[in-house]
Design a protein around this ligand. Sequence first.
Ligand SMILES: [Zn+2]
Length: 348
Amino acid sequence: MLSRFFLLALTIFSISLFAQKETSVFDIPVFVYHRFGDNRYPSTDIPVETFEKQLKFLSENHYHVIPFGNAVEKWMNGVPIPDSTVILTIDDGYLSFYENALPLLKKYGFTATVFVQTETVGGNDFMNWDQLNRIRQAGIEIGNHSAEHFHFVDAGPEMVRHVFAEDLQKAVLAFKAHLGISPVIYAYPYGEWTPAMAEVLRQNGIVAAAAQNSGVFCESSNAYAVPRFPMGGRFATMEGFKEKIRMKALRVVESSPASPVVENNPPSLVLKINSAGINPHQFQFFVNGIKSENFTVTTGEGLIGLNMQVAGALTSRRTLYTVTVPSTDGKQWYWYSHLWIVRKLDEE
Ligand SMILES: [Zn+2]
């Protein structure tokens, strides 16, 4: 009798878990900005006029702009996230955010998430702790972006855990001392991460981390490598913004390898993709934005296999393999990208 009751309870519990998952499917474009109206650094800058146009577009089209941590909390608690939700994130804590972006966010009544590396706070070109306290009071979320903003993967597979954990502790202490908080969200410097780094974050109470490979945050995203679309330099246009905002996440069930660090150069990538709603004959593959035909598609029960190659060894520190595909009715596009990091190569 007791065991039958137990089984029944278990069934109800499983059904409710399933139901919860069903209702919490979401697609959230997350954008990453750096500088605002600072033409000394065109590759990471967005002109103030373009940024304002983007906010105006979000306002006129009734988008929900929520902080990254809030979206993560909803996701983890199975709280439904409405359609047309967008996240605006800003890395590095530059002064141009305070001077040029904050007034516009206030004007349109939007929030954002600013990821700060603690060692440069108060330095030339960066916000100081007093300004960071003020933006918090204005409803801006603060996230951890390391202490030293190192290329942590260069420490190598043996040392990365140690070096990264030490830097994280340093940043946590600074946040506690100056803001009285310890952010539970993180953004990797340069978007560079490894599974070992993700594990260090998890062990230290960080619940989610943003990467910098392009893509859409969805219910099947890796919580420790949430994709973001760049909004600086050549990407910082109104057309690009409108295109990305309509984008859906390609649901990748399995990625081999899972780690971005290149072990064999050139690397190949094999993805297993949930085939629901997508047209398997129209996959597009891009290597750092350049279209390539060097891939094969295999279709199976509910899953599509995608195998991507490049001809020669990767010569940039970071290379992005991007996959896009339309829906069966052609009205919708899906996006996924994988970042490759070749250790110890210099930034370009
Ligand atoms: Zn950064």
